[in-house]
Write a protein that binds this ligand. Structure first.
Ligand SMILES: Cc1cc2nc3c(=O)[nH]c(=O)nc-3n(C[C@H](O)[C@H](O)[C@H](O)COP(=O)(O)OP(=O)(O)OC[C@H]3O[C@@H](n4cnc5c(N)ncnc54)[C@H](O)[C@@H]3O)c2cc1C
Length: 446
């Protein structure tokens, strides 16, 4: 008899756990509250658009969990890492400046990259490099309290000027970790800088796939699950997880139906987990109490279709007033060739209240400033995504509150971008958490 698994939540974390466990021979049932799979990748409120993700996907070479899943689904070949794609900084009153990726072995390429990055004033470059070199040599060692301090405090302490923090480090913080330097922990920023820019050159490669995550991930995942015999139940709301003293005994749906399995993976946003747990479980286990203390940052994305010959893809970090980064790519989805520009702001709840027209004007002005070849752009179509709970906020102290995938109950595992993966809450973290759940379940069967 096949062992059974119930996965609650059809976002990337739940899909990954379901796929990996189906591939290992488990009989998987996946429950999803909404009418389609994809979770936050397809946005929360508005109707999803087949060819447009809620935020534009950007993959790095070190996103190994995502690349391995796409490989399993047969879509990794659509993700190209062009040599010429760099992170660029759009600074006020200056042409865009690239973060170079020189051809040299690690760690020399990282040092050269920083040394030649003109976005940072020379003095800031020099101070950062000096700090980096001394830290490499362990003199002084990397401070142990980085997780309890903000990135802003740490950067100021290592001599980064206010201008460098505002124009370079803050947009980088928004892009890599999802919020202001004054909000995010120094440890998370440092960890992401190390992964993206201070590791092997291969890890710092960037891809902006021209296909949407629907095509790369969601549709192939649904098809692979169906082929493997998994049961996908959409518009199925889980209302309560039932426990006896030691284990999970089942999940009750809103319709009153109860489902049971050998193993359970709760792949829900952290805010949705608490209401499913009985009060006695919430109060007894600090593991679950920590989850109720996690906070989220909002995200706003404005997608513009411009009637303009397709550009080479660009990823630009913005030091402007409204948005923090943009990507620019050829629109290969519609019949008329054009340019698709997506601008993203994170961690600014007040922006979500602004009317569409105001956001559209701000977006067009920002595009005109950052990419002069698209000067005086006129949007043919636009779509605006507002997501109040987009990412887990990486506040100082948050990493200790993120739960491991194995819960105190032996047959319950938690997946989700917000669980303990060591990464900011992104697609890569969600997929990694699904992988970890599947591995843990398989290991327990041995
Ligand atoms: C607007 C936006 C754009 C983003 N774009 C990117 C990007 O381009 N790249 C990137 O790396 N990251 C991106 N992210 C982050 C990425 O979407 C998330 O990291 C990822 O979706 C998290 O996956 P998850 O499975 O952990 O959670 P979710 O995607 O939130 O999935 C959880 C699922 O559980 C379901 N659910 C909730 N309650 C119940 C219930 N009671 N019963 C049954 N089902 C339930 C939900 O409907 C949802 O489908 C974006 C986030 C947002 C908000």
């Amino acid at each position: 008899m096949k062992r059974t698994v119930l996965v609650i939540g059809g976002g990337p974390a739940g899909l990954t756990a379901a796929l990996r466990l189906s591939a290992k021979g488990y009989a998987v049932t996946l429950l999803e509250r909404r009418g389609e799979l994809g979770g936050r990748l397809i946005g929360s409120g508005a109707e999803s658009t087949e060819h447009l993700d809620a935020l534009p996907p950007v993959l790095f070479g070190h996103h190994t969990a995502t690349l391995s899943l796409l490989d399993m689904l047969g879509t990794a070949r659509h993700v190209q890492f062009p040599h010429r794609l760099h992170v660029e900084f759009a600074l006020p009153d200056r042409p865009a400046t690239r973060l170079p990726r020189p051809w040299a072995p690690a760690p020399i390429h990282s040092l050269l990259s920083l040394l030649t990055c003109r976005a940072l004033p020379f003095r800031d470059r020099w101070r950062f490099l000096t700090w980096l070199e001394r830290t490499w040599e362990g003199d002084p060692p990397l401070p142990s309290d980085l997780e309890s301090r903000t990135a802003e405090e740490w950067l100021a302490e290592i001599g980064q000027s206010a201008a460098a923090r505002a124009q370079v480090w803050n947009p980088l913080g928004h892009f890599l970790v999802g919020d202001e330097l004054t909000v995010i922990s120094a440890a998370m920023l440092m960890a992401m800088l190390a992964r993206c820019f201070l590791s092997a050159r291969r890890d710092s490669r960037i891809a902006i796939p021209s296909r949407s995550l629907h095509e790369l991930l969601l549709d192939p995942a649904r098809d692979a699950l169906t082929r493997a015999g998994a049961i996908i139940r959409l518009e199925t709301v889980s209302e309560q997880i039932r426990f006896d003293a030691h284990r999970i005994t089942g999940v009750q749906l809103r319709t009153g139906e109860a489902i049971s399995a050998d193993w359970y993976v709760a792949a829900l946003p952290h805010r949705s987990l608490g209401p499913l747990l009985p009060e006695r479980v919430l109060t007894r286990f600090s593991y679950f109490q920590h989850v109720t203390k996690l906070a989220d940052s909002p995200a706003l994305a404005v997608h513009l279709w411009l009637e303009h010959p397709p550009p080479t893809p660009r990823l630009m970090l913005l030091a402007g007033e409204t948005f923090h980064w943009l990507i620019c790519r050829a629109d290969q989805q519609t019949e008329r060739p054009g340019t698709l520009v997506s601008l993203v702001a994170t961690g600014r709840p007040e922006l979500l209240e602004r009317p569409d027209l105001e956001l559209l004007d701000a977006a067009l002005a920002e595009v005109g400033r950052a990419v002069p070849t698209l000067s005086a752009p006129k949007a043919q179509i636009h779509r605006i995504m507002r997501e109040p709970h987009a990412f887990l906020t990486a506040l100082p102290g948050t990493s200790a509150r993120r739960p491991l995938q194995q819960s105190p109950f032996p047959n319950l595992f938690l997946a989700g971008d917000w669980t303990d993966t060591g990464l900011p809450a992104t697609l890569e973290s969600a997929i990694l958490s699904g992988d970890l759940c599947a591995k843990a379940i398989a290991a327990r069967e041995k």
